[in-house]
Design a protein around this ligand. Structure first.
Ligand code: CA
Length: 649
């Protein structure tokens, strides 16, 4: 009897071992497959294939915490799989109606002290989201995560499209890191990042000819820090890293903590044979839920801002009037009054200015510094957003003036302490009916769905750099041909672009030289997605810019119902389509040195008569009408640093 029991136990254990060796979960169409294993030795790994091709090789999972080690000595206790399906509506992102279908695997392990860790995978047709969950441990109700083993090991042939994490406490008024670094594309995996601190999310990888992988994270709030990827280790492994100790002027811990039971953020992996699933992914929002209800009906729209071309000197009453009048002339909803207004306009005259704007049908966004004790910013107003007492007092004043939103600039990095500040500002702002744009900031991680008054983040080398230096102008088309595939696909991007000045200064007669065509600029108004777009138009454009460009900008939407990837290659060219209601916009730009001729499939516009904006022989914008023949590819001719925009109703 004892022998039999022993045999059963042995068989049971072996069976469990076999199961634990290879637990698989696939997306609904079966192409994307995750294999999770916990081989003898007690470490947990996962690997990913798409259509049978390896996309991630055996990569580590687990974490080291102050209540226990969940990286080794682990054994599998259970694993269950179930289908998940949800349909939701979401404003402020690339798609308005989303049907999310996935298979969920909960893979439970325990360590030698019998403490459990659950690894949850959600696998849809092209997206994987995974996270760790810990239970309450008897009397222990909270945990500090000292390190995650989480890693991403790519096949040998992989090349990378990455932007580095900056050193902390460097740059303008010691405000970095702020996700404002350049990209290196088509680089081998062994290339070390510029600062030696790895790379910021999202991270794009090309797995030879087998496909593309985008790695990022979502659901990051006050209960964790924001993470990044390390430089490559062991030739092909990128490890998840926490913030650097120096961030936030050294204040705040690097190691995140949360109450038990609790979970880490979701880490996301988007996989495709082409770039289509990466451009169209909604995974940052599929696995998160709204944190609170909107206190009012927030209206998206377009704005003007004097600061971008006229800079600090324009933050005075009279220049602001000109930009309010410009917004009114363009049928824009907003004016953004940027830094120093507290000094150079003052609170009393601001009240008058905001009333003037309202009399013209224009509402105001007003700039604030986030700091604080984490940088050297002196542009005012300072020290109002960093603590709840001053913040709520200021927001009360803003609400009384009828201000609709704030732009909060210059944050301290990615530590949990700073994530708390983002969430506190958003939550308080909602109480006062204010929308929030962040600049000098981290990547948004699911925030459009989590926070109903969140309307934008910079987290990119944005339009200001085109004004600051010629190199950015020379690189403009290259950078613009990256964002739809990388930065902007996981979250809204407040780039602040679409210049119609040829020279990027106040007089349109000096400063940096714009290399790209006017139609290129119009195309970026479609390519770059942010639900509030502050465009870089200037009052002189009303008389010196082509009328067809002004007319285009007067009706360009900032909210979209659908996105379609058409064609492209990061850094070289991009063609994509966005739909607002019944109206389609197809936007294409070319960053290559020579003219690009493409045959693209626009069959969703078959038979339609469309407005066609492109560059003429002299690279001036022209507008024609064309009827698209049914069943035929559409021929696009894209000048170097030029573009095409097609509008179909
Ligand atoms: Ca900036």
């Amino acid at each position: 009897m004892k022998k039999l029991l022993g045999l059963i136990l042995f068989l049971g254990a072996s069976l469990l071992q076999v199961i634990a060796e290879n637990v698989q979960v696939a997306g609904p169409d079966g192409k994307l497959q995750v294999t999770v294993s916990c081989p003898p030795g007690g470490r947990v790994y996962y690997s990913v294939t798409y259509d049978g091709k390896p996309m991630l090789r055996r990569s580590p999972l687990g974490m080291k915490t102050n209540i226990g080690d969940f990286t080794q000595g682990l054994s599998v206790t259970s694993h269950v799989t179930r289908p998940i399906e949800k349909t939701y509506r979401q404003d402020r992102i690339k798609t308005s109606e989303i049907h999310y279908q996935a298979n969920e695997l909960i893979f439970a392990v325990e360590n030698v002290r019998k403490q459990k860790m659950y690894v949850t995978f959600r696998v849809s047709n092209n997206d994987i989201a995974f996270r760790y969950t810990l239970e309450r441990d008897g009397e222990t109700g909270s945990v500090v995560v000292n390190d995650e083993a989480t890693g991403f090991r790519f096949p040998e042939q992989t090349t990378t499209f990455l932007t580095p994490q900056s050193d902390a406490m460097i740059g303008w008024k010691r405000t970095k890191p702020s996700y404002e670094e350049g990209y290196v594309v088509d680089a081998p995996m062994h290339r070390i990042s510029q600062y030696g601190h790895g790379f910021t999310f999202p991270c794009l990888f090309k797995v030879g000819e087998d496909g593309w992988v985008l790695v990022s994270e979502t659901n990051v709030d006050s209960r964790y820090c924001a993470s990044r990827l390390s430089d490559v280790k062991e030739g092909s492994l990128y490890k998840l890293e926490f913030p650097m100790p120096e961030e936030n002027n050294g204040n705040g811990t690097v190691a995140p903590a949360f109450a038990l039971p609790g979970s880490t953020p979701w880490r996301t992996i988007t996989v495709g044979k082409t770039l289509e699933p990466i451009v169209e992914t909604t995974i940052p929002w599929d696995v998160v839920e709204p944190r609170y209800e909107a206190s009012c009906d927030y209206q998206m729209g377009r704005g003007t801002w004097s600061w971008i071309l006229w800079q600090d000197g324009s933050i005075n009453y009279d220049d602001q009037l000109k930009y309010i009048d410009l917004a009114a002339a363009m049928n824009f909803e907003y004016v953004l009054i940027d830094n120093w207004w507290d000094t150079y306009i003052g609170y009393e005259k601001m009240e008058k200015l905001i009333k003037y704007a309202q009399s013209k049908g224009v509402d105001a966004f007003v700039w604030h510094s986030s700091s604080g004790y984490w940088n050297d910013i002196e542009q005012g107003p300072v020290h109002l957003m960093d603590n709840p007492i001053q913040r709520k007092k200021q927001m009360k004043w803003l609400k009384e003036q009828g201000v609709k939103g704030i732009k909060v600039d210059f944050f301290g990095g990615d530590k949990q302490e700073t994530m708390r500040l983002y969430e506190a500002i958003l939550s308080d702002a909602n109480d006062y009916g204010l929308m929030v744009i962040f600049h000098g900031c981290t990547l948004p991680r699911g925030w459009e769905r989590m926070y109903p008054n969140y309307v934008g983040s910079e987290a990119v080398l944005a339009s200001e750099n085109l004004v600051f230096n010629q190199h950015s102008c020379d690189m403009e088309s290259f950078s613009a041909a990256l964002h739809p595939f990388i930065r902007n696909t996981v979250g809204c991007m407040e780039f602040g672009g679409t210049f119609l000045n040829k020279r990027l200064n106040k007089g349109n007669d000096g400063g940096t030289v714009r290399r790209t065509t006017d139609v290129f600029q119009l195309a970026t108004a479609v390519l770059f997605q942010n639900p509030i777009q502050n465009f870089a138009l200037a009052p002189n454009n009303l008389t010196d810019a082509p009328q067809i460009c002004l007319d285009f900008m007067k009706t360009i939407p900032t909210e979209w119902d659908e996105i379609r990837y058409i064609d492209g290659y990061p850094g070289k060219y991009v063609v994509l389509a966005r739909r607002n209601g019944e109206k389609w916009y197809v936007a294409a730009i070319n960053a290559e040195k020579s003219t690009l001729k493409l045959n693209v499939d626009l069959s969703f516009l078959d038979g339609k008569t469309v407005k066609w904006y492109d560059d003429d022989k002299n690279l001036q914008p022209q507008l024609t009408e064309k009827k698209l023949k049914a069943g035929k590819p559409v021929r696009l001719t894209l000048a170097s640093e030029g573009g095409v925009v097609i509008v179909a109703e």
